[in-house]
Ligand binder design. Structure first.
Ligand code: PLP
Length: 455
């Protein structure tokens, strides 16, 4: 304290002090999601400073292969300067304007999404996957309210599904531990069993099961009263709930049930959109068209916040009765579809198309899956599931009984991979027995050498 400040201090010392004070500020100021902060007081989280391609570099200069693309979103990889340029140019031209009026990048992106989806319909923008799903639920309820004065309001989703953190999206989320302490949630949300063949909830085996996971949904609809059910929301492949890939018959059967009972089918493609499953959109893998589709994450590869709720035209048309002053969609958000996000998204989609990233995801995902087969004999590996560049390894303590591997052992594997320079994920549950799926969802630009490193 007595010494005057030494202005010629060596650079390393300054950056060491910066480092200490940033770590201190982190612990003192930042409320991180999904962690017990007592842990971070003992061991502060890694701070990532740089990223390029599939790799991120922490504040100590250590590189990691990001095997989960951030939060399953950095589809085109990190460090794409053309995306930064697109956002910058747009910010200089028109930094902000709400979509109660209009602007070019939002118009162009909406048209591009409809073209890619081969939808005749409309695109509504928001900022996150949760909001896109909230928007879909409100549109579904209002659509039904305005068609034949219907009283349909119930939304059906599946156990293990994650559809977001806001109250409606959390109500559709069916993971007990995520909902606990926030209940009661929004009325009118129901849950059914997922198509989880490895642990079939109906005790059946694929091939002789009549796809009961789908047909039983019809029973739920009948018992609830079909005239009260507004929509069914599903991810084509349950991602965060443990990479649950449905049998091929499943989504077509859901479509039939929805058509039979006048229920809207919503596909949550927040994760599966933009190439992840080996096609531009997940539903294209099975050729089943939803009535509504929600998109986020890969829509900007995570570079800026943006999401979309896309509807078929017949839904939009129910909002056009000028004689009713409440018939339009009475829902607005400040930032949704902002110029920089939409301009960046257009460039991001251009990269996905020109670099044929969905095809890449199919090819490299198949390679990864084939190489992971070397783990099948491992005593902890119960099941390996995948579609495109979305892979899950379900871990068991006992292959015969399928007793789940305890969470602390799963955590140890994830930590070991991190030490080895590979970030992998696990499904988010803390319920014993439901947190034992390792998740691999790397950027779609993954090379063979990167895939080998993960394996
Ligand atoms: N839907 C699915 C399938 C997701 O995986 C997520 C997030 O992980 C969401 C919705 C919510 O998206 P967001 O975190 O952008 O609100």
């Amino acid at each position: 304290l007595d010494e005057p400040m030494n202005l010629t201090q060596p650079e390393e010392v300054t950056s060491f002090q910066d480092e200490v004070s940033l770590t201190q500020m982190d612990v003192e100021s930042l409320w991180h999601p999904m962690v017990q902060h007592k842990k971070y007081e003992r061991t502060p989280p890694k701070r990532m400073d740089k990223a390029n391609g599939c790799y991120v570099t922490d504040s100590e200069g250590k590189e990691y292969l990001d095997g989960v693309s951030g939060l399953w979103c950095v589809n085109v990889g990190y460090g794409r300067t053309e995306l930064a340029d697109a956002a910058r140019e747009q910010l200089v031209e028109l930094s902000y304007f709400p979509l109660v009026m209009s602007h070019s990048p939002a118009i162009k992106l909406a048209a591009k999404l409809l073209e890619l989806l081969q939808f005749e319909g409309k695109v509504h923008f928001s900022n996150s996957g949760s909001e896109a799903n909230e928007t879909a639920f409100k549109m579904a309820r209002q659509y039904h309210a305005q068609t034949e004065g219907s009283r349909r309001y119930k939304i059906i989703s599946r156990y293990r599904a994650y559809h977001g953190n806001t109250m409606g999206a959390l109500s559709a989320t069916a993971q007990a531990e995520r909902r606990a302490k926030y209940e009661p949630l929004v009325p009118g949300f129901l849950h059914v069993h997922p198509p989880y063949c490895y642990r079939c909830p109906f005790g059946k085996t694929y091939g002789s099961c009549n796809i009961e996971c789908a047909s039983s949904i019809e029973n739920t609809v009948i018992h609830e009263g079909a005239e009260t059910v507004a929509a069914i929301i599903v991810e084509p492949v349950i991602s965060g709930g443990g990479v649950i890939v449905p049998p091929d018959e499943y989504l077509p059967m859901l479509r039939e049930i929805c058509d039979r009972y006048g229920i809207l089918l919503i596909f949550d493609e927040v994760v599966s959109g933009f190439g992840r499953l080996g096609k531009m959109f997940g539903h294209q893998v099975w050729g089943v068209k939803p009535d509504m589709i929600t998109l986020a994450k890969g829509i900007t590869s995570g570079y800026l916040p943006l999401s979309a709720t896309v509807t078929q035209q017949h839904i939009f048309e129910a909002f056009l009765d000028e004689s009713d002053p409440t018939s339009h969609f009475r829902h607005i958000n400040t930032y949704g579809g902002n110029p920089a996000s939409t301009a960046l998204s257009l460039k991001n989609i251009e990269i996905i198309e020109t670099e044929q990233l969905p095809e890449q995801a199919a090819k490299m995902g198949a390679y990864l899956r084939a190489e992971l087969a070397t783990l099948e004999d491992h005593p902890y590996v119960g099941d390996i599931r995948s579609k495109g560049m979305l892979l899950g390894i379900e871990l068991v303590a006992d292959k015969e009984t399928k007793e789940p591997l305890p969470g602390n052992k799963v955590g140890a594997i994830v930590s070991y991979c991190l030490e080895q320079g590979v970030i992998i994920g696990r499904n988010g549950s803390t319920v014993p027995g439901l947190s034992n799926v390792l998740i691999i969802a790397p950027p779609l630009i993954l090379t063979k050498a990167d895939a080998d490193l993960i394996v």
